[in-house]
Design a protein around this ligand. Structure first.
Ligand code: NAD
Length: 480
């Protein structure tokens, strides 16, 4: 039986490719093929550019309050369809329905509302120069490209398109070939909300479609989410036409648990930062540094809660809180890391195996895995695994913890667990990371800018400053 087909979404409607090239998308929870996508070929690509160009003329000339009005409508539609959209996300990603319902769509809608509200606040300035004067205009950039990863498909599409569209740009978005449905659903919602056709086009396909976007001379900016190695290729490619870039890349983030931490709170942070979305989160605190004096108590509660409270199974089951890896190759990669952890001398405390839950046979499941007695030179401590694998390390004093936490080329997130407020700020100010949490982990409200230090990224998403990254300033000198 042939599978349903998903086509590109260009100029407000679905468009077939001519090449006939397709990629099959699997449900990670069952391993079954669910639909084929039509890879954007040259015809589709050209249509996407032409439509985005034409739409830019109209959208950039639309008053900001009107842009805000339709974007608010889109956010309301996302909330209205939350359950149905969350189910699409579960089928594509293998994450648990309870998470997709509570986080993915809602945080996408939050960010659209945030930037819609900010759109009319974009104002220029004017200054008198003793007769002559100048003024500035905040103008949109033009056509922006968004390229997404597979772990938060609809959220990433919302987070990238919201500031771009609010500022009057158009966007051509390429979701991951493994999870393309969310972006297409968002494109349909934008149309229903009244966003003009062509303002948000979706091209689907693998890296070569992404590469085409990053090279195209008519595209002014690329906002990318994905691996560091791919990000580097994107920056190199974008350099040929000197495009602006925003890079949201990988991490190997530290959580520092001091001797005065509330142990239950610290365990909650470590579990959230390693097992939420079955460990496939860029900001994960995969290096958990625990003060030697509380190591035993910390480990006891961590292992007990991990073995008792995590329930893997059919991701569509609302009681399940731990889903499947995105694909078989990714599962194999995670298992390779677990083997390296064992071979390099880390102590496997719990997990370490694949799983085959009764109600989700064929799915790509890995047990929540904890390694203790880890050292800084181990592969599992140095490299991003992007799976449910936590490394626990012991430390003696604050200076040592900070030095070791910063001993990585990555710098996405970091956290500190302590009851001492002065220490919390002192330590956080020395950690090389763009997103920091104190006595918590993972919250990322629309108002808060997020992005990486060092090789974890360039630029920021969310927060007031991001809107500026989607405008350019024109200065006009008036001779009187
Ligand atoms: P990936 O780099 O393999 O792919 C990301 C996207 O890039 C996909 O759409 C892919 O098709 C496209 N792509 C591949 N080659 C390309 C090329 N040469 N030019 C342009 N585009 C190309 O990443 P992934 O496996 O989808 O996602 C996992 C990674 O994403 C992890 O490293 C994770 O840390 C990171 N991530 C970061 C954030 C963040 O906000 N910092 C958020 C989510 C995920």
């Amino acid at each position: 039986m042939s599978l349903p087909r998903l086509q590109n979404f260009i100029d407000g409607q679905f468009m077939a490719n001519k090449s006939g090239e397709t990629i099959t998308v699997l449900n990670p929870g069952t391993g079954e093929a669910i639909y084929d996508i039509e890879v954007a070929d040259e015809t589709v690509q050209e249509a996407a550019i032409e439509s985005a160009k034409a739409a830019f003329k109209k959208w950039s000339a639309t008053p900001a309050v009107e842009r805000a009005r339709v974007l608010h409508r889109a956010a309301a539609l996302l909330r209205e369809h939350n359950d149905e959209l969350a189910r699409h996300e579960v089928l594509d990603t293998g994450k648990p329905l309870q998470e997709a319902r509570e986080v993915d769509v809602v945080t996408g809608a939050d960010v659209i509302e945030f930037f819609a509200s900010l759109a009319p606040t974009q104002v220029g300035q004017q200054q008198d120069l003793g007769g002559d004067f100048y003024y500035t205009r905040k103008e949109p950039l033009g056509i922006c490209a968004g390229i997404g990863a597979w772990n938060y498909p609809i959220q990433i599409a919302c987070w990238k398109s919201a500031p771009a569209l609010a500022a009057g740009n158009t966007m051509i978005f390429k979701p991951s070939e493994e999870t393309p449905r969310g972006a297409i659903e968002l494109a349909k919602i934008y149309i229903e909300a009244g966003v003009p056709a062509g303002v948000f086009n979706v091209v689907i396909g693998d890296g070569k479609v992404g590469q085409w976007l990053t090279q195209h001379e008519d595209i002014e900016k690329v906002s990318f989410t994905g691996e560091v190695a791919t990000g580097r290729k994107v920056v190199e490619s974008a350099a040929s036409t000197l495009k602006d870039v925003t890079m949201e890349l990988g991490g190997k983030s530290p959580l520092l648990v001091f001797e005065d931490a509330d142990i239950s709170q610290a365990v909650s942070a470590a579990m959230l930062g390693n097992f939420f979305t079955q460990g496939e989160v860029c900001t994960n605190c995969t290096r958990v540094f625990v003060h030697e004096s509380i190591m035993d108590a910390f480990m006891e509660e961590l292992v007990s809660r991990t073995t008792n409270n995590i329930r893997a199974g059919d991701p569509m089951d609302p009681e399940v809180n731990f889903g499947a890896m995105i694909s078989k190759p990714h599962l194999d990669l995670v298992m390779d890391y677990i083997e390296k952890g064992k071979n390099e001398g880390a102590r496997l405390v719990t997990g370490g195996n694949t799983m085959s839950p009764d109600d989700a046979k064929g799915g790509f499941f890995v047990e929540p895995t904890i390694f203790a007695d880890c050292t800084d030179d181990m592969t599992i401590v140095k490299e991003e695994i992007f799976g449910p694998v936590m490394s626990v390390l012991s430390f003696r004093d604050e200076e040592e913890a900070i030095r070791r936490a910063n001993n990585t080329p990555l710098g996405l997130a970091a956290g500190v667990m302590t009851q001492n407020v002065t220490r919390a700020h002192r330590v956080i100010h020395q950690l090389q990371a763009g997103i920091c949490w104190v006595n918590s982990w993972g919250a990322s409200p629309a108002e808060m800018p997020v992005g990486g230090y060092k090789m974890s990224g360039i630029g920021r998403e969310n927060g007031i400053e991001t809107l500026n990254q989607y405008t350019q300033t024109k200065s006009v000198y008036m001779g009187m």
